[in-house]
Design a protein around this ligand. Structure first.
Ligand SMILES: *[C@@H]1O[C@H](CO)[C@@H](O)[C@H](O)[C@H]1NC(C)=O
Ligand SMILES: *[C@@H]1O[C@H](CO)[C@@H](O)[C@H](O)[C@H]1NC(C)=O
Ligand SMILES: *[C@@H]1O[C@H](CO)[C@@H](O)[C@H](O)[C@H]1NC(C)=O
Ligand SMILES: *[C@@H]1O[C@H](CO)[C@@H](O)[C@H](O)[C@H]1NC(C)=O
Ligand SMILES: *[C@@H]1O[C@H](CO)[C@@H](O)[C@H](O)[C@H]1NC(C)=O
Ligand SMILES: *[C@@H]1O[C@H](CO)[C@@H](O)[C@H](O)[C@H]1NC(C)=O
Ligand SMILES: CC(=O)N[C@H]1CO[C@H](CO)[C@@H](O)[C@@H]1O
Length: 623
């Protein structure tokens, strides 16, 4: 008797221990004989992900979703019944023969199904440690044989290991789509998808409107997306029938996610255990310059400029009037039209996000030299670039106007754009010549202008802001002398050689009615011109000012007009180069301390060889 009481006590203890053991070993599978009810969950084998029922925000609706188990109040990463909520907590998740995952409500009606066409002998559902919920044959772990997987039906979140693009088995597109609201996980009007047209690019659309383009894949990443995180590897897979983008974690302990939010922004989050919080380490689009097609064809966007849109160098606004008003949609056109028969050339533009490649073709094996030859052959080929900057091979060819270009602050790419041969310039040979003009040091100038502070800004020219600088200790100039520094905007995509040529050209011009160039500064992306400082600023500030204009008597006015005429005479006839200024206006006439006029701003001036007497210009530029 006593013994049997002991036995019973022992058995009770054993079953108690077993029940503890059982509840603490979470399950990660559902078989055909099991039901997952609201209140219980599946947990992946390593304890990273959890699947269960939840109500979003203040809603009372019930949904089946997956979230990070280790993260308190984790965002929901995937939702099964996005469009059809359960209205009670009596939902049941089941696996049914011959291979369907179904969600049923209390009246045993199927609310949502995996809708699979493949079948299995013993179908089970398993929540994998990658966060992928898979429907598979019980003892077949080969991913290619999965009947269905949540990774093929993304919600608003990308997790490493997902093929983003086209489902290779079904050919069905697998986009990210935002939630409708924080209370409703149904697909909202924003999607992010991989478009394989031309050459694969990721796009974000709001309804039918494209709002962002990530740029073509370049071997490392999408051209317009800044450096990727070192915590995962990424690749683009492409063959004739499918293409997808995929990331894989290197460090599996990193908890991260990329979510397409309801404003159309992809936020890359990483969970920081120390602070127990999510941190955003990247958002795409990055800034306003990523707005699709913002600056029109051949326009380029530089976020540091105001306004941000400019034309690529050697291009001019197609419709100057609307461009000035801030309507950039008409974009830019070549200042010199192409002449394919006469022989066009290709000029390199650097540090950009490559233009829209929807109407592109590519070749994976050609060298950059072969790309040029190939593009030159076809008059409709507008530009080319290296396809894979990782392997340094292949070509991408464009056949239409180049749209959606921006300047990148880092990791931009090179593109070679078709140009009339005359754009090579008559001073091409001089690029190797010694630049006998003082070269200033960037740090000196940056320091002297207090890091280009607004207080030292004199104004904004067509090609960038102008600053006043007092020279401190600098071997090249007098101590205490004031100089003006014109910082060329980074969007003027001029190459260093062209810039130097232009500088040499201006430096050669010496006349007392032309503003004198004292030197320049070229360092990295920065290009600056250093001029003598004109204390009386520009003529327009005086003649269009009620009080100041009275100080200018007729005698002084005649002196100014004569000076301008002498300056022009020199430009047109007497200098070694013949220059047409093309933007002569009161604001480009500067006045020294004695009110002597000096012509400035040769930004769009045009030079001719000394013996050229005729050329056609069929565009109106400047004023
Ligand atoms: C269960 O689902 C069916 C079909 O969708 C629906 O008609 C019914 O109202 C639902 N019942 C409950 C209690 O949600
Ligand atoms: C199931 O898939 C078939 C074909 O793929 C499709 O025609 C059908 O509409 C789908 N049904 C549901 C409920 O999604
Ligand atoms: C493309 O790749 C997929 C996935 O690897 C493969 O299943 C398919 O057969 C390939 N198609 C072609 C045409 O090579
Ligand atoms: C989406 O993300 C952007 C950038 O992080 C943020 O400014 C915006 O408020 C977010 N929108 C919503 C609806 O959360
Ligand atoms: C790519 O270029 C190489 C070399 O010109 C050529 O042999 C090959 O056929 C091209 N490939 C395609 C797909 O056009
Ligand atoms: C920067 O400018 C300050 C005066 O404004 C001067 O004292 C300092 O030496 C300068 N630093 C450099 C590195 O030129
Ligand atoms: C009209 C005018 O502003 N004149 C000024 C030009 O600059 C000199 C020196 O800075 C001043 O003395 C004048 O008043």
């Amino acid at each position: 008797m006593e013994k049997s009481i002991k036995d019973v006590a022992f058995l009770l203890l054993l079953s108690f221990l077993l029940s503890i053991l059982k509840s603490s070993t979470a399950i990660d599978i559902i078989t055909t004989t099991q039901i997952l009810r609201d209140g219980s969950t599946l947990v992946s084998s390593g304890g990273t992900f959890e699947l269960g029922f939840f109500s979003p925000g203040n809603s009372k609706n019930r949904y089946v979703g997956i979230w990070y188990k280790k993260v308190p109040n984790s965002a929901v990463l995937w939702v099964f019944n996005r469009e059809i909520p359960l209205i009670s907590t009596s939902g049941m998740l089941k696996v049914i023969e011959p291979g369907h995952l179904v969600l049923m409500n209390d009246t045993k009606n199927v609310v949502c199904t995996s809708n699979t066409s493949r079948i299995a002998q013993t179908p089970i559902v398993q929540l994998l440690e990658s966060g992928n919920l898979v429907l598979k044959e019980a003892n077949d772990d080969n991913a290619e044989n999965f009947l269905w997987q949540s990774f093929d039906h993304l919600s608003d979140t990308y997790l490493p290991g997902t093929n983003f693009g086209r489902n290779s088995a079904t050919g069905v597109e697998n986009p990210l789509s935002s939630w409708t609201s924080n209370e409703d996980p149904a697909p909202g009007d924003i999607i992010c998808y991989l478009d394989p047209t031309g050459y694969p690019q990721a796009f974000i659309k709001r309804g039918a409107v494209t709002i962002y383009r990530m740029g073509p894949w370049n071997g490392f990443r999408f051209s317009g997306a800044p450096n990727v995180s070192p915590t995962f590897t990424n690749k683009l897979f492409m063959n004739k029938s499918t293409s997808y983008y995929r990331e894989d974690s290197i460090d599996k302990s990193v908890i991260s996610r990329a979510t397409l939010n309801q404003s159309g922004v992809i936020q890359r989050w990483v969970w920081v255990d120390q602070t127990r919080g999510w941190v955003i380490f990247l958002t795409l689009p990055t800034d306003n310059c990523d707005t699709y097609k913002l600056c029109g064809a051949y326009g380029t966007c530089y976020i540091g400029n105001s306004p941000a849109c400019g034309c690529l160098s050697r291009f001019v606004p197609k419709d100057t009037e609307s461009w000035i008003k801030g309507d950039w949609s008409n974009g830019c056109i070549r200042r010199t039209p192409l002449n394919c028969q006469k022989g066009d050339v290709f000029l390199k533009y650097s540090n950009i996000k490559l233009p829209d490649s929807q109407y592109s073709t590519f070749n994976e094996s050609m060298t950059l030299g072969e790309c040029k030859v190939e593009c030159l052959k076809d008059c409709s080929c507008t530009a080319y670039a290296q396809l894979d900057i990782n392997r340094k091979s292949g070509c991408l060819f464009w056949f239409r106007d180049l749209i959606d270009i921006r300047a990148m602050s880092s990791a931009g790419q090179d593109i070679y754009i078709r140009m009339a041969s005359s754009e090579l310039g008559s001073h091409r040979g001089s690029s190797n010549k010694h630049l006998d003009l003082p070269l200033f040091d960037l740090t000196t100038i940056s320091n002297a202008t207090n890091r280009f502070s607004i207080d030292n800004k004199l104004g904004e020219g067509g090609f960038g802001p102008v600053y006043k600088v007092k020279v401190h200790k600098d071997g090249m100039l007098e101590e205490g002398q004031d100089i003006a520094v014109k910082r060329l905007s980074k969007t003027s995509m001029q190459g260093i050689d062209e810039f130097k040529n232009e500088v040499i050209c201006i430096a050669k011009l010496q006349h007392r009615n032309l503003v004198r160039l004292l030197g320049c500064c070229i360092q990295g992306e920065e290009k600056m011109l250093i001029y003598e400082y004109m204390p009386n600023k520009s003529l327009d500030l005086i003649i269009f000012d009620q009080t100041k204009s009275r100080l200018l008597d007729w005698h002084k006015r005649l002196h100014i007009v004569n000076g301008i005429a002498r300056g022009l005479m020199y430009l047109h006839q007497d200098s070694r180069l013949r220059i047409i200024h093309r933007d002569l206006k009161a604001s480009n006439i500067l006045l020294d301390a004695n009110m002597n006029p000096k012509i400035s701003d040769f930004g769009i001036a045009r030079s001719f060889g000394g013996n050229e007497i005729e050329d056609k210009t069929n565009r109106v530029v400047g004023t």
